[in-house]
Design a protein around this ligand. Structure first.
Ligand code: ISJ
Length: 92
């Protein structure tokens, strides 16, 4: 079990680094989008989740798990982007 957990911990170090990189793209999106209503883009969200589902299938991973993770990930990213959008403009 110790070996399994060491493997999980090593993977999480990589995953969190990648998630931090993904969040930096959200910060860029918050700077680029001209209006608050453009932060949430449900068509793009659907495309991102469809991509994740297709990749999961390619990797032999259960598609419903990719779906659940990406639903939570994209919603969390939208909330983060909205927070940054507002913070950057609150004194304007
Ligand atoms: C980064 C964007 O903003 C939001 C975040 C998304 C994401 O986490 O992939 C997808 C759609 C947007 O609502 C974008 O529009 O691409």
């Amino acid at each position: 079990m110790a070996e399994v957990r060491a493997g999980v911990d090593a993977l999480d170090r990589k995953l969190v680094a990648l998630l931090a990189e993904r969040l930096r793209y959200m910060a860029a999106a918050a700077r680029i989008k001209p209006t608050r209503n453009l932060v949430r883009d449900d068509a793009r969200k659907a495309q991102v989740i469809a991509n994740a589902r297709a990749l999961a299938a390619e990797h032999g991973m259960p598609v419903d798990i990719a779906d659940a993770i990406y639903e939570a990930l994209v919603e969390t990213c939208i909330a983060y982007e909205l927070g940054l959008f507002d913070a950057a403009r609150e004194n304007v």
